[in-house]
Ligand binder design. Structure first.
Ligand SMILES: Nc1ncnc2c1ncn2[C@@H]1O[C@H](COP(=O)(O)OP(=O)(O)OP(=O)(O)O)[C@@H](O)[C@H]1O
Ligand SMILES: [Mg+2]
Length: 373
């Protein structure tokens, strides 16, 4: 049985065609399917790095006009993290140590190239691990920043709330004056509209505050439908140009949890649903939010969407932290892993039913707190 040959886009810095052939032969024997570009000078190297991408760079130690170490520092200066192996005919121990200290990944002797295949395989694996780690760090930074932004929004909401409370009190007074100073009906209408606008602002401010409460918040009886309404208002602009929004709530529902944490779960599920639905077919698309009591003592919430659905082999993976199919800047892949953690903390469960082409249904089963409030 022949194993699949691994494709390798190789940048070779080398001035001897004999050595070029030797290296390519060795890589071929080690199972690589190499496509390579040969460069000899600093300028050629610069141009080749620009043209990239490269899976690996192999450089001769001594080159006309510059050295392998200088080539390596050129790669580093560009912030590129590509496995870099130095090859040399002869080498003093000092030179080898200096090269490794500079960060060159490995140093090989031309008469012992048998080590080339395994050394390259190791470096390629490690480069993948480094790239994953970098991606994870970037995403963590991003989610940190989002949390900070949430705190900022909560602060602003709090600042708005104080003058808003006075405004509501004064408008209420104006609407209900003493008997002898009754408003003219037209004036009363104007004040009533102002009062309604102020109430609307109060709801928006309340929604913002729900999403930025401290983590230490205690769990207790929480009005589920109030949280869902708040989430749907927050997600309104993302949803409304993509799909119809249908609410199908049954009965009243008090669940064990906290407003902020429940809101986090449902906001992510609703945004995921909206992001899954393609643009431009609003009339045929729907996001449906369903709540049902479930025996014994549970409430089931379902978020249905008419998006492309999810293949069965991904049903578990999508809950893994950092698993995302969205471009950088759109998704961090943290949403569902956070949803599952919060649902479990509240004594609940989360899961999905989905098939490609048949939309998705994410369900959350929560403990009912009916009677304990
Ligand atoms: N309703 C859905 N329809 C289709 N695919 C979905 C749906 N919800 C989630 N997914 C898939 O699951 C992946 C993981 O979702 P998750 O919410 O964890 O992360 P994300 O949405 O990609 O990023 P983030 O939530 O951090 O912004 C998504 O990238 C997407 O591929
Ligand atoms: Mg998400």
């Amino acid at each position: 049985m022949t194993a699949q040959r691994q494709r390798l886009r190789l940048l070779l810095i080398e001035d001897s065609s004999d050595d070029e052939e030797l290296l390519l032969q060795e890589l071929g024997t080690s199972g690589y399917d190499v496509s390579h570009t040969l460069v000899m000078t600093r300028e050629e190297l610069s141009r080749a790095l620009e043209a990239g991408p490269w899976d690996a760079i192999i450089s001769d130690y001594r080159l006309p006009g510059f050295t392998g170490l200088e080539a390596f520092s050129l790669v580093q200066q560009r912030g590129l993290d590509i496995p870099f192996l130095l090859v040399s005919g002869t080498i003093g121990e000092d030179t080898a140590v200096a090269a490794m200290k500079a960060g060159v990944h490995d140093f090989l002797l031309k008469d012992r190239l048998g080590r080339l295949g395994p050394a390259l395989a190791r470096e390629l694996r490690e480069a993948v691990v480094r790239a994953e780690r970098r991606k994870m760090q970037e995403q963590l930074l991003l989610s940190d920043r989002l949390a900070a932004l949430g705190m900022l929004a909560a602060g602003v909401a709090h600042e708005i709330n104080n003058p808003l409370s006075s405004l509501l009190v004064h408008l209420d007074l104006a609407l209900n004056p003493p008997e002898e100073r009754q408003l003219h009906p037209e004036e009363a209408q104007v004040v009533r509209s102002a009062f309604e606008c102020a109430v609307h602002i109060r709801d928006i401010v309340r929604d913002i505050k729900i999403f930025a409460r401290p983590d230490s918040e205690q769990f207790g009886p929480t009005e589920l439908h109030r949280v869902l309404d708040s989430v749907l208002r927050m997600a309104w602009h993302q949803v409304i140009h993509k799909a119809r929004l249908v609410k199908d709530y049954q009965g009243s529902a008090t669940v064990h949890g906290s407003e902020a944490r429940l809101a986090q779960i449902f906001l992510n599920l609703v945004i995921n649903a909206a992001q899954a639905i393609p643009e431009g077919q609003r009339d045929q698309q729907e996001i449906r939010v369903v709540t049902r009591p479930e025996v014994p003592d549970s409430i089931r919430v379902e978020i249905h969407d008419t998006g492309p659905g999810i293949p069965p082999e991904l049903h578990e993976r999508i809950f893994e932290p950092f698993f995302t199919t969205k471009p950088v800047g759109v998704g961090t892949g943290l949403g569902l892993s956070i949803c599952r953690r919060i649902a479990t903390e509240m004594g609940g469960h989360i899961g999905l039913k989905s098939q490609p082409g048949q939309g998705s249904l994410f369900w959350v089963l929560l403990r009912s707190a009916q009677g304990s409030s």
